[in-house]
Ligand binder design. Structure first.
Ligand SMILES: [Zn+2]
Length: 410
């Protein structure tokens, strides 16, 4: 399985110029490719092949005065920009024809220098190397200072250099992990209810609240956003406020990701099977609950559970979201009346007293187990997309997981 390892890098001013040039060249080649294919389509010509695109937009373009400057950056960076375009097209076609499941993929769009995220990718054959002194050598850029927060388990197959909206640089390595990381089997299986009062409630009764530092950071972000909205358009103060908001935003996202990593790893280690409700987050996203849903970041959390379960040989399943998990008694199976959001506990005529969320989590676990039995054998998990980040970059997150109620620390 492939995993991504992210590290902060600190390019010198000279290297920043080199990187900016590479970002720019990659963007131009990507956009040239998109334009060429769009024009071919409008003219009723056939789809321009990947090989043809590479020949015309890199090899031949470098010989023209308009694109001669493409020679100033590593050719691999340009090839990879076209590879991104080809992937975007393939996903789009697969989505249109129904071959690709899930949310519809839009047609590729032009990249802009104003995009929040600029990225280039180097592969093995561009000869990027991690030097003995810990620096990352990139062709035509130089030796970058990397803040290694952990060591790579094996030789990376590629590295992307990313600049985010807050002006920070990251190196994101793709590493093939060892074949077998299966954890020794354990007895317990868990159902997880993702709620609004708690971040998550487990069928064993554990309630996990979003940590205080996260709520505090989110409040600070909100204040900064309000301050930004008061600044005059085009003013210098506004520009400064934009950077501040971007920084705070990145900090909240990083901290939340680190926290979710710890929580998801703990749950996967302690349980043989993990069942979650298949929340249609995009559907909920249009309602009044939207804000809390997006803040809670359930989609990224269940994604982590899924790839970690696959990686460590555990079972993960999403349970049908039309299951009335809240009002079904987990003891006798009776389906009760609909309940208002403020009803936190209820009694079933069978005599059971239920905590609303724990009962829901138990039903999710039962439904997940029944689904798996129906399917007969355990289904092999599909190949997992590389997770976005494995590296813990925030001391806050490392510290505070210890205070997560009822969850042991790794
Ligand atoms: Zn009952």
């Amino acid at each position: 399985m492939q995993l991504r390892y992210n590290f902060r890098v600190y390019p010198t001013p000279g290297q920043q110029i080199g990187l900016a040039r590479a970002f720019g060249c990659a963007r131009v080649v990507f956009n040239d490719g998109l334009r060429l294919r769009q024009q071919a389509r409008e003219a009723g010509e056939k789809y321009v092949s990947d090989a043809e695109l590479s020949k015309r937009l890199i090899t031949q373009a470098k010989l023209t005065p308009q694109r001669a400057w493409l020679s100033e950056v590593s050719a691999v960076v340009l090839q990879q920009a076209l590879a991104d375009l080809n992937t975007a097209y393939r996903n789009f076609f697969a989505s249109m024809s129904g071959k690709r499941k899930g949310r519809k993929v839009a047609a590729p769009r032009f990249r802009s220098r104003k995009d929040n995220r600029q990225a280039i990718r180097f592969t093995k054959n561009s000869r990027f190397t991690v030097l003995d002194n810990g620096r990352l050598r990139l062709p035509k850029i130089g030796d970058l200072d990397v803040r290694w927060s952990r060591s790579l388990p094996s030789d990376p197959s590629s590295v992307a250099i990313i600049k985010d909206a807050a002006g920070r640089y990251f190196a994101s390595f793709v590493v093939q992990t060892a074949e077998d990381e299966t954890l020794p089997p354990v007895e317990s299986e868990v159902g997880i209810d993702l709620g609004l009062t708690h971040f998550a409630v487990l069928s064993d009764g554990t309630k996990v609240a979003a940590p205080k530092f996260l709520r505090r950071a989110a409040r600070k972000l909100k204040r900064l956003q309000q301050a930004l909205s008061r600044k005059q358009k085009g003013s210098n103060r506004r520009k400064k406020a934009v950077v501040k908001v971007a920084r705070a935003h990145a900090r909240v996202a990083d901290t939340r990701r680190d926290w979710q990593h710890k929580l998801s790893t703990t749950i996967v280690r302690e349980n043989q099977a993990i069942y979650v409700e298949d929340l249609c987050v995009t559907g909920l996203g249009r309602t009044r609950l939207a804000k809390s849903v997006h803040d809670a970041g359930w989609a990224s959390f269940t994604g982590m559970l899924e790839y970690k379960a696959a990686r460590y040989g555990r079972t993960f399943a999403r349970v049908d979201r039309f299951l009335p998990s809240t009002r079904t008694c987990s003891d006798c199976g009776r389906i009760g009346e609909k309940m208002a959001l403020n009803v936190r506990a209820w009694d079933c005529p069978c005599g059971s007293h239920h905590d609303r969320d724990v009962n829901a989590a138990k039903n999710i676990r039962a439904a997940g187990q029944a689904d798996l039995n129906d399917r007969g054998a355990q289904v092999r998990p599909p190949a997992m997309a590389a997770p976005r980040s494995e590296a813990v970059t925030h001391p806050d997150a490392a510290r505070t997981t210890r205070s997560v109620e009822g969850i042991s620390v790794l």
